[in-house]
Design a protein around this ligand. Structure first.
Ligand SMILES: Cc1cc2nc3c(=O)[nH]c(=O)nc-3n(C[C@H](O)[C@H](O)[C@H](O)COP(=O)(O)OP(=O)(O)OC[C@H]3O[C@@H](n4cnc5c(N)ncnc54)[C@H](O)[C@@H]3O)c2cc1C
Length: 466
């Protein structure tokens, strides 16, 4: 491998080819410290041309590539897996942002740009990029596109896929495909960029994108509400949709247990009590009547007997403190030791029975474990996490298998937004019809015949095709 590494050093310079174990360590373990794996080196190219040349060298030497952005992914997709020679290719140095076009409402950014920074640049010209995640201060444009990230505003604006107008990618042989047109409408043939969005680096490397912006909203109303049960929560969602649906930008569910966790682990206090479930509801508009419309909707909800308690933020500062409760749920959970993350979506009408089944089965399988449930109820997406406590790690896969089996029975998805990575691939294979699996493998074979792009993540290896 020495000629390979020498070639890379010549290409990238010694500062951007890391081979010292201490320098490599942060790139070889994921954010949750659940996955880690070896690599020959960490590559830090600074341009699309360098990515292309580095990928070409890897193809020539049969070395696999793990693309990495901010390393905030929750499925182990950016962490090396297995024994095959591989490198991590970090996009972190590619951070150029083009001047936004506020009338055409587009912005171009390189893959390594931090999402929050792109949002700030868009905001400076009076527009917004409403992809909103708790990890937005570290997640990158490339990672967000490669995972088709969701977040709290999907209800109104859609997933990352809905923002990508143009894409530049480097294929597994090093070829650069430059599709950076800022067009909203382009039906001139097959729209290949969708192959890369959500493919978790299994088909190629995203190096830049043109993203769609939306008008900024001048008013927002944020409320924290408590309800007795899930049927009340879904009826409340229906009421909001009926009355102010086009302004509804978030409808987040947090269990009372999760709120208690945030209070005890992060020192925050919820100004609302009562009920088994909390809802963080946000509406936004540029029209002046929004606060009155939200207030009237809340009064109707009280009259219909749907609410236990609630508060409507009276200032932007109060709105931010209500959001802080929601944003700290993941951190509060991580302070309680190891947990298993399940990122599921299912039809709203089946959620109640699904959660009851999980509760019953978990009590039998792992009595020391506790459920931590929150998520994007408006999108039918729940994070059904299991805080393990004293539960032995050896039964982790049985617990996850049980949750995923119940999701499949309810006609849901085992990954609403976090992707398969290495964490969910085996369960996806187990629960997905053969025709669908074979289609994924055939596309992988066509895109990456040598199987060098992020092996063991997102798509089964070609040997699984029977
Ligand atoms: C606290 C917290 C909250 C989160 N909340 C949400 C949420 O609400 N919704 C949500 O969807 N996700 C959420 N996530 C998950 C994560 O932030 C997203 O998946 C994010 O999109 C990952 O971006 P990244 O740059 O960190 O990618 P990485 O973690 O570096 O990589 C993720 C995957 O994309 C691939 N990849 C990265 N960059 C590229 C590239 N340029 N080209 C090709 N492939 C690439 C990697 O190989 C890997 O498979 C959260 C994570 C944390 C830690």
């Amino acid at each position: 491998m020495q000629p390979f590494l020498d070639g890379l050093r010549q290409l990238l310079g010694p500062a951007d080819l890391l081979t010292d174990p201490a320098d490599m360590a942060p790139y070889l373990t994921d954010w949750r410290r659940m996955f880690s794996g070896p690599a020959l080196a960490i590559l830090r190219p600074g341009s699309t041309e360098q990515v292309s040349a580095a990928v070409g060298l890897c193809a020539q030497h049969g070395v696999a590539i793990v693309p990495q952005g901010g390393n905030t992914g929750l499925a182990g997709g950016a962490t090396p897996l297995g024994r095959a020679p591989q490198v991590v290719l970090s996009l972190a140095r590619m951070t150029a942002i083009g001047t936004p076009d506020p009338i055409g409402m587009v912005i171009e950014a390189q893959a390594g740009c931090i999402l929050q920074r792109v949002k700030e640049v868009a905001a400076d010209c009076g527009r917004q990029l409403p992809i909103s995640l708790a990890a937005e201060g570290s997640a990158t444009v490339g990672g967000v596109i490669a995972t088709n990230a969701g977040g709290v505003n999907v209800l109104r604006y859609g997933m990352a896929r809905d923002f990508v107008l143009g894409l530049e990618v480097v294929l597994p042989d090093g070829t650069v495909v430059k599709g950076l047109k800022p067009l909203r409408k382009d039906n001139a043939g097959f729209d290949w960029k969708h192959l890369f969005i959500g493919s978790e680096g299994a088909f190629g490397i995203v190096t830049a994108a043109v993203l769609r912006l939306t008008p900024a909203t001048r008013h927002r109303s944020v409320a924290l509400l408590s309800v007795q049960d899930l049927p009340a929560a879904t009826r409340l969602l229906g009421l909001f949709q009926d009355r102010i649906g086009e302004t509804l930008s978030a409808f987040e569910l947090i269990s009372a247990d999760a709120i208690r966790l945030v209070e005890t682990q992060c020192g925050l206090g919820a100004p609302v009590s009562g009920g088994n479930w909390f809802l963080l509801v946000e509406a936004a508009s540029s029209l002046d009547g929004l606060p009155a419309a939200v207030q009237a909707t809340l009064e109707a909800a009280y009259e219909a007997g749907l609410l236990q308690d609630g508060t409507l933020a009276a200032s932007e500062q109060q709105a931010q403190s209500l959001w802080a409760l929601r944003k700290h749920v993941t951190e509060a959970e991580s302070r309680c030791g190891k947990s298993l993350k399940h990122d599921v979506s299912l039809p709203l009408r089946r959620m109640g029975a699904f959660l009851e089944s999980i509760q019953a089965r978990l009590a039998g399988l792992a009595p020391a474990a506790r459920l931590n449930i929150f998520g994007h109820l408006g999108d039918g997406n729940l994070h059904v996490n299991v805080v393990l406590g004293d539960t032995p790690l050896s039964i982790a896969s049985r617990i996850t298998g049980m949750v995923h089996d119940l999701v499949a029975e309810a006609g849901g998805s085992i990954s609403a937004e976090h992707g398969l990575g290495q964490y969910r691939l085996a369960d996806w294979q187990r629960l997905t019809p053969k025709t669908e699996r074979d289609l994924a493998i055939d596309i992988k074979r066509a895109m990456d015949p040598k199987g060098l792009m992020n092996p063991g993540k997102a798509v089964p290896g070609t040997s699984h095709r029977q």
